[in-house]
Write a protein that binds this ligand. Structure first.
Ligand code: FES
Length: 169
């Protein structure tokens, strides 16, 4: 009689078994989903990293366009992205690195891109213009100055990060 009391009933056995198997299966399904969901948070992105762009000795007072490639991590997708900057030395020999992306609708601006304005950046899409320091010329389509890149110089090399908007002109 007492032996019978210690036995696991069929109902209890089924409960234990189904709970165990169900929990194991749920963990097996949920663990990868949770890992997948938070994976980008666990990885450091290269978005804010500084990239070597050019030897400082190559810079002059004339804006030059430099291109470089970064590895961009966008959630679960990694791709190579080419970035560009117009870089020059200002009157105090300070480095200026401007984004080529027009603040009107995003076309690419060119230094001296219009022979009528040889000392300005010109956007061919809607005749947008910017002064050499990146400030938008009043009464042209852009309503803000060109973004400026974060920059630093290490061992004679110019490193650029992300372009940052400046105040309204
Ligand atoms: S996109 Fe540059 S002026 Fe319109």
């Amino acid at each position: 009689m007492s032996e019978k009391k210690n036995e696991v009933s069929r109902r209890q056995f089924l409960n234990y078994t189904l709970t165990g198997v169900g929990g194991f299966m749920a963990a097996g399904i949920l663990a990868p989903m949770v890992r997948f969901a938070i994976d980008p948070v666990l990885k450091a992105t290269s978005g804010s990293e500084m990239s070597p762009v050019v030897d400082v000795s190559e810079l002059s007072n004339e804006p030059q366009r430099f291109d470089w490639t970064i590895e961009q991590v966008d959630a679960w997708y990694t791709s190579d992205v080419t970035k560009s900057a117009w870089v020059y030395l200002d009157d105090n020999d300070e480095i200026v690195a401007l984004s080529p992306v027009c603040k009107h609708l995003g076309c690419a601006v060119n230094w001296a891109g219009n022979s009528d304005y040889p000392d300005q950046f010109f956007c061919p899409c809607h005749d947008g213009r910017y002064y050499k320091d990146g400030t938008n010329v009043p009464n042209t389509p852009p309503d803000a100055p060109l973004d400026e890149f974060e920059l630093e110089v290490k061992d004679g090399t110019l490193y650029l990060g992300n372009p940052k908007p400046r105040g309204e002109a």
